[in-house]
Design a protein around this ligand. Structure first.
Ligand code: CA
Length: 224
């Protein structure tokens, strides 16, 4: 289930977006000003961010460039009342992937969302190589030097989260949220156990990891 962060300060739009996106099977959370958006965008693990441009505290363009500067590579769709400005900003360096002009139709927005999610899943998932490993997410298969390795669906989900966020330190809370689901009662120790098991499957020397690196006091990072 894809996780979408909705950044919008108009309650009516928030309500209709939330309702529609949930009906499409997406998991959603909402930020209602620029600062909150920056914080949630940076700390959370999202598959897509819908970002209103006119926001209290900090505008959407600035939020977008700050997120990119912080290494967040999540697709961002701007919601803007000013198409020309959005075009200009997209061409510059705010780093958004697409924009939709207000007032927009939900149908149009859904199509744009699907297009972005397809694009990233093509880039990041299906098959993915690192070290001597190859993961095929469609077939739920891990190959090591061409040989199949047993991997559980949960380990595969966790690996997917790491691969989509290469180079980023992910806290145990972020990993639980993204790989198990919001509000799941998973302990930090259970996360560590899964990482430990994953290392045995992907690392050359599991006790000296070169891919799945532990970052003391913070969490884990998948080396790029
Ligand atoms: Ca607004």
């Amino acid at each position: 289930m894809a996780r979408i962060l909705i950044v919008e300060d108009e309650p009516d739009i928030v309500l209709s977006l939330q309702e529609d996106l949930r009906r499409q099977g997406y998991q959603t959370e909402v930020a209602t000003d620029g600062e909150q958006a920056l914080q949630l965008g940076r700390d959370g693990v999202w598959d897509l961010i819908l970002l209103d441009v006119m926001l209290p505290k900090m505008d959407g363009f600035d939020v977008c460039s700050e997120l990119r500067r912080a290494g967040v590579a999540t697709p961002i769709i701007l919601l803007t009342a000013r198409a020309q400005e959005a075009e200009k900003e997209l061409g510059l360096d705010s780093g958004a992937d697409d924009y939709v002009t207000k007032p927009f139709s939900l149908r149009e927005l859904r199509a744009r969302i699907r297009a972005q999610l397809r694009r990233t899943s093509r880039n990041n998932e299906q098959t993915c190589r690192f070290g001597d490993c190859e993961v095929d997410f469609d077939r739920a298969q891990l190959l090591r030097s061409g040989q199949p390795v047993d991997i559980t669906p949960q380990e595969l989900r966790l690996l997917g989260v790491f691969l989509r966020n290469r180079g980023r330190v992910l806290s145990r809370d972020q990993l639980i949220e993204a790989a198990w689901g919001h509000g799941m009662a998973i302990t930090d120790r259970a996360v560590d156990t899964h990482v430990f098991n994953l290392r045995k499957k992907i690392e050359t020397v599991p006790s000296e990891p070169k891919l799945l690196i532990g970052v003391r006091g913070l969490g884990y990072r998948f080396e790029t």
